[in-house]
Design a protein around this ligand. Structure first.
Ligand SMILES: [Zn+2]
Length: 90
């Protein structure tokens, strides 16, 4: 369920409310019943955007990182081709 952030115009209290998309936005403060305005929650905004971005971004480094994920120590310049490399043992 998405989390919405509201700020009270009267007591300036900021609070988060879990609401469904279909729910009507909150209009009164639970503390003083003053009018509230919805504020953009940076945390949920970043989660939403970051998740999508990370998902599309992850597919690229996966293939590129395959080389560095090999058991061959990075110190070996031959990258598995020399006799000392465990990759060439079998
Ligand atoms: Zn208030």
């Amino acid at each position: 369920m998405p989390l919405y952030e509201y700020e009270c115009d009267t007591c300036l209290k900021v609070f988060e409310v879990q609401q469904r998309m279909a729910d009507a936005p909150l209009t009164s403060c639970p503390e003083c019943e003053g009018s509230v305005k919805k504020v953009m929650s940076m945390s949920s905004f970043q989660l939403k955007g970051g998740g999508w971005y990370a998902d599309g971004y992850a597919s690229t480094p996966k293939g590129a990182a395959a080389g560095s994920m090999s058991p061959t120590p990075p110190s070996c310049a031959t990258a598995g081709a020399c006799a000392k490399c465990p990759a060439s043992a079998g």
